[in-house]
Design a protein around this ligand. Structure first.
Ligand code: ABC
Length: 467
C-alpha cells in the first residue's frame, strides 16, 4: 500500500477549516468552535508555503458532510461529526475542488492523506437520536445501544460504547456486522476512485474491532495510518498486524515525559521510547511521529524552554518512523486543549522567517536529501551510539543525532567512539553552518567530536550529501 513511499514523506497535518481561506484575509477571526472558512482551494493556494517548510504530504481533516447544528461544543468545523458519508462537506468546497487539491499536490510530487471516520456519526444534545437522517446507515439497529464509554482501558467498552457525552454524542456504528463492513469497503473504494488520494488516517481505530481493517484497507488500496490513542507500545503496536501504520502515541507520551515534564532522564527515554517501541511495534519504520496534534495541548503551551521543544521536534524527525508536523507548530502556536490548539493559520500571516519555521524547514529538507541519497535511510532502524542520563546519541545513514533534556543552561563537549575507519571528516551542523571557532563537529580517529550548546540537540550531516 505504498509504505516504501510513505516512509520517505514529511507530513503536514491540517484542519481544512483552519488552514487557508479562498481569499487571504489575515484579520479574519481565527479561534473558537465555529466554522471559520478554510477550504480545499485555500490549501491549494498555500502549497508553496508548505513546500518551503519541506513538506511532501498533506493530511487533511475529514471530508464528508457533518451535522449542521451549532451544538454545546460549537459546529463541526473539524469534520469528525459525520451525518452523511455519501456527500462532501460543502463548507470546504466542491467535489471538483477536492479533485483539484489532490491533482495540485500530485503535480508537485506531493501526496494527499484524508482523515476518515468509520466508528460513529454525531448527534447534538441528550434527546433521542433521529437515525433516519444518517447515510448510509439510517436504521437504529445499525448502531450499538446508547451507553457512554466508561473505561477506556476496557476493550469491549471501547468497541461497543459511545464516545462523547450528552452535549454531543457519537452514535456507535455496528462495525462488526458483515453487511456494514461491506458497505464501508464499497464506500472507501468509491472515495478512492473519485478523489485519487494516496493514504488515509483512520480515526478512533481502537473503537472498531481489529478484523475490520484488513479487508477495508484492501478495498481502499492505499496506505493507512491508525489513530490508537494510547501510551502503551504493546497496545498500539499490535494494530500493525491489521493495517500498515499507526500514529506513534507511545513516542508522543515519552517525548512529553522527557522533554516537557522532565520526569525521566535520557537513559529511561532510551529504554521506553526506543527499546520498548522496537520490541512492540511490528514495523517501527512506518510509525507516524508527532509531538502535537489537534487533540492535545501544544508543546509550547507549558514548555518555556525552546531548546527542549527543539529536542522533541528533532526526535520526531530523525527517530524511526516518519515525521508529522501539525499546522501552527511551525509558527510556535501555544494553545492548550481543544479548541485552543486549533487556531487558524492565517493569523500567523504564513510567516516563513520565524526561527521555528526555519529550524523545521532545514531539518525536513535534510531528511529529504538523506532519503534520496541513502536507499536504506528509512528502512534500517537507528543505531544507538551513546546513552547516559544526559544524552541519547544515535546514527542513521548520513547523519548523527544527539538529544538531551538538560535544558538551555547545559553546555558540554562530547566525544563518542565510532565504529568507522574514517580518519578525519568535518560534519555539517544542520542548525548552524558555521559554529563558533573551536566548536566545529568532526570525526577524527574513529571518534565523533562535538558539543552541546545551550541544551540544543545536535544534528550532524555527512558533508558528502551536499554535493
Ligand atoms: C468535543 C469538544 C471538547 C470536549 C469533548 C468532550 O467533546 O470539542 O472540547 O472536551 C472530535 C472533535 C472534538 C470533539 C470530539 C467529541 O469529536 O475533534 O473537538 O470534542 O465530540 C479522535 C479525533 C478527534 C475527534 C474524534 C471523534 C476522535 O482525533 O479529533 O474528536 O471523531 C478518545 C478516542 C480518540 C479520539 C479522542 C478525542 O478521544 O480514543 O480516538 N480522537 C484516553 C483514552 C483515549 C481518549 C483520550 C482522550 O483519553 O484512552 O481513548 O481518546 O480523551 C495516556 C493513556 C491514554 C489516555 C491518555 C489521556 O493518557 O495511555 O490511553 O487516553 O496515558
Amino acid at each position: 500500500y505504498g509504505a516504501a513511499i510513505w516512509r520517505k514523506q514529511n507530513i503536514y497535518q491540517l484542519l481544512t477549516d483552519r488552514f487557508a481561506r479562498n481569499e487571504d484575509d489575515y484579520d479574519h477571526p481565527a479561534t473558537g468552535r465555529l466554522y471559520l472558512g478554510g477550504t480545499w482551494r485555500g490549501i491549494i493556494s498555500k502549497l508553496d508555503y508548505l513546500q518551503s517548510l519541506g513538506i511532501t504530504a498533506v493530511w487533511i481533516s475529514p471530508i464528508v458532510k457533518n451535522i449542521e447544528e451549532t451544538t454545546g461544543y460549537g459546529q463541526a468545523y473539524h469534520g469528525y461529526w459525520t451525518e452523511d458519508m455519501t456527500e462532501l462537506n460543502s463548507h470546504f468546497g466542491t467535489a471538483d475542488d477536492l479533485r483539484a487539491l489532490v491533482q495540485a499536490l500530485h503535480e508537485r510530487n506531493m501526496l494527499c492523506m484524508i482523515d476518515i471516520v468509520v466508528n460513529h456519526m454525531a448527534h447534538s444534545g441528550s434527546g433521542p437520536v433521529n437515525f433516519a437522517r444518517y447515510r448510509p446507515f439510517h436504521r437504529a439497529e445499525d448502531y450499538h445501544e446508547k451507553r457512554f464509554i466508561r473505561d477506556y482501558d476496557n476493550l469491549n467498552d471501547c468497541l461497543t460504547g459511545w464516545l462523547g457525552d450528552n452535549v454531543v454524542c457519537l452514535p456507535d456504528i455496528r462495525t462488526e456486522n458483515p453487511r456494514i463492513c461491506s458497505i464501508f469497503q464499497n464506500w472507501i473504494a468509491f472515495l478512492h476512485r473519485e478523489y485519487n488520494f494516496d493514504g488515509i488516517r483512520v480515526d478512533t481505530a481502537k473503537h472498531v474491532q481489529k478484523t475490520f481493517y484488513p479487508p477495508f484497507v484492501h478495498a481502499a488500496n492505499v496506505f493507512a495510518m491508525a489513530e490508537v490513542f494510547h501510551g502503551d507500545p504493546a497496545y498500539v503496536g499490535v494494530y500493525q498486524h491489521y493495517l500498515p501504520s499507526v500514529l506513534n502515541y507511545p513516542l508522543y507520551y515519552q517525548l512529553r515525559d522527557t522533554f516537557l515534564d522532565r520526569k525521566q532522564n535520557m537513559s529511561v527515554f532510551y529504554q521506553k521510547a526506543v527499546l520498548d517501541i522496537h520490541r512492540s511495534f511490528y514495523d517501527v519504520t512506518t510509525a507516524g511521529n508527532f509531538v502535537e496534534n489537534h487533540d492535545v495541548p501544544r508543546f509550547l503551551h507549558t514548555c518555556r524552554d525552546y531548546s527542549l521543544a527543539v529536542n522533541a521536534l528533532v526526535a520526531t524527525i530523525f527517530m524511526d518512523g516518519f515525521p508529522i508536523i501539525y499546522q501552527g507548530q511551525e509558527q510556535m502556536y501555544n494553545g492548550g486543549d481543544d479548541p485552543e490548539n486549533r487556531d487558524a493559520l492565517w493569523k500567523s500571516r504564513y510567516d516563513t522567517t520565524n526561527s521555528m519555521f526555519r529550524v523545521i524547514s532545514s531539518l525536513l529538507k535534510y531528511r529529504l536529501k538523506l532519503c534520496d541519497i541513502y536507499s536504506n535511510f528509512t528502512t534500517e532502524p537507528t543505531q544507538p551510539l551513546l546513552v547516559n542520563d544526559q544524552l541519547y546519541a544515535f546514527t542513521r545513514p548520513g547523519v548523527y543525532v544527539i538529544l538531551t533534556n538538560m535544558g538551555s543552561t547545559f553546555n558540554s563537549r562530547i566525544q563518542i567512539p565510532l565504529r568507522t575507519t574514517c580518519e578525519n571528516k568535518p560534519l555539517v551542523d544542520a542548525f548552524d553552518e558555521k559554529p563558533p571557532a573551536g566548536l566545529e563537529s568532526r570525526i577524527a580517529s574513529s571518534t565523533l567530536h562535538t558539543s552541546i550548546q545551550f541544551g540544543f540537540p545536535k544534528v550532524l550531516i555527512d558533508p558528502s550529501i551536499l554535493y
